[in-house]
Ligand binder design. Sequence first.
Ligand SMILES: Cc1cc2nc3c(=O)[nH]c(=O)nc-3n(C[C@H](O)[C@H](O)[C@H](O)COP(=O)(O)OP(=O)(O)OC[C@H]3O[C@@H](n4cnc5c(N)ncnc54)[C@H](O)[C@@H]3O)c2cc1C
Length: 424
Amino acid sequence: MGEWANGRMSECDRVLIIGGGVVGLCSAYYLSQSGREIVLLDQGDIGAGASFGNAGLLVVSHCKPLAAPGVLKSGLQWLLDAESPFYIKPRADFSLVNWLWRFRGFCNRAHVLRSIPVLRKLHVASFRLYQELSELPGMDFGLEHRGLLMPCLTSAALNDEIREAEMLSEHGIEYRVLGREDAHSMMPQLTPTVMGGIYFLADGHLDPAKFLEAMAGCVRARGVTVMTKTEVIGFRTASSRVETVETTRGDYAVGEVVLATGAWSGYLSRQLELSLPIQPAKGYSITVRRLNTAPSIPILSNETKVAVTPMGGLLRCSGTLEMAGLDLSINRRRVDAVLNGARKLIDGLDEPELVEIWRGLRPCTPDGLPVVGRAPGYENLVVAAGHATIGQSLGPVTGKLVSEIVLGDTPSQDIAPLHCARFS
Ligand SMILES: Cc1cc2nc3c(=O)[nH]c(=O)nc-3n(C[C@H](O)[C@H](O)[C@H](O)COP(=O)(O)OP(=O)(O)OC[C@H]3O[C@@H](n4cnc5c(N)ncnc54)[C@H](O)[C@@H]3O)c2cc1C
C-alpha cells in the first residue's frame, strides 16, 4: 500500500473506484481492459451495500421509473400501516424534505413517458452484457432467462397490470395476459387466490452474491487492486480536479475518481460540494431453503410489493421500501410482512427453513433514473449511483458507460438524461 500513500503523484494515471457493489465492480471490469492502473476501495467487504442480498431480478421489461402517478397517494396510505411495504421515518432532515419535494414533481405521466425509452435501452444493453459476462471462464452466477410472472389477486389489479403492460408494449416489451388456468398451469405453486397475471418474456434473474464473487475474482485476475475495509473519509481538490482521496488506510493520488457508493453517495458528495439528491431506501430479503415444489420462474407483485426469486437451492423473498436514512436496523414486523406477502402468492412457505435475513439500502434519486456522468465542476470525477430498485439489472451497462466516460470514448448509450447536473 505504501507506494499509493502520501498523495505525491500529480501526473497520475490511477483510476480510483469508490464502492465495491455491482456498479463499482462492473466499472472496474470494463476499465481493466484499458491498461490503466485501477484501484477499487470499499469501506466494508465486497458487497457490503445493496448488491449482495437483493432479489437478483434483471427487470428488462420494467422500464417505468419509481416516480410515477399514484405512487405518492398509495405511499401516504401505506404510511399509516406498521406492516406496510413503504415507510418514511419522520425526522427533521432538509435533504429528505428536498428529495420528497423533487420526487413529487416527477410523479406525472409525462415524466414516465420520457423515462421509459431511456430505461428500456439501458436494460436491453445491460442484459446483453450479462449474457456476454456469463460466457467468460469462471463466471457462473446463476444467470437464467425465464421471464417474470406478475400474479394478481384481484381483477382490479389485473386490469391495472394489463394497462401498464399495454403502455410498455409500445416500447417493444413482450407480455402475455394469463387467466386463472394459464397462470396456475405455468406455476402450480400459486395459491388458489391468484386469479391471473401477466407474464413478461424478456426478464432474467441471477444470484447477486455469486455475481459479486465472480466479478471480484475476475477483476483481480485482470490486475485491479481491490482494497476492502478502506473507507474514504475526504478529498483534496485543486483547480477543478480531485488530486487526492483520503482513506482510513492512507491517501491516494488519483488521475480519475469514480464515485460508485450507492446509497452513501449523497452524503459523500457533500464533501465535494456536489448536489446529489440520493436517499437511501431500505429493503429486506429473506432467503429460505427451496422446497421441491418451489417455482422456477421469479414472481413480482405490485399488490403485495414482494418479489420471490428462485436461486439454485434457495428461494428469496424481498420487499419493503423504508426511507430512514442510513439506518440498517432490522424491523422484524416488516420482515414478517415480506414473508406474509409471499405467502399470499405461493404455497409452501408456512414454515420455511430460514437461511438468511438481509437488508440493504437502495440508492434512490427523485426522478427514478440513475446518475451516470462527469460531475459538474470537476474534470476527473465520474458519478455512477442512484440506481434505486434496478441497480442489479443496470450494473454492467453502467460499468461500461463509466469506462467509456473515463477513457474519453463516445458513450455507447445516450447519457444526457442521466447527467448529474440535472439536479443542480
Ligand atoms: C431488498 C432489495 C431488493 C432489490 N432487488 C433488486 C432486483 O431484483 N433487481 C435490481 O436490479 N435491483 C435490485 N435492488 C437494487 C440494487 O440492489 C441496487 O440498486 C444496487 O445494488 C446498487 O448498487 P451500487 O453498486 O450502486 O451500490 P452498493 O451495492 O450499495 O455499493 C456501494 C458500496 O459503496 C461502499 N461505500 C459507501 N461509502 C463508502 C466510503 N466512504 N468509502 C468506501 N466505500 C464506501 C459501500 O460499503 C458499498 O459496498 C434491490 C435492492 C434491495 C435493497
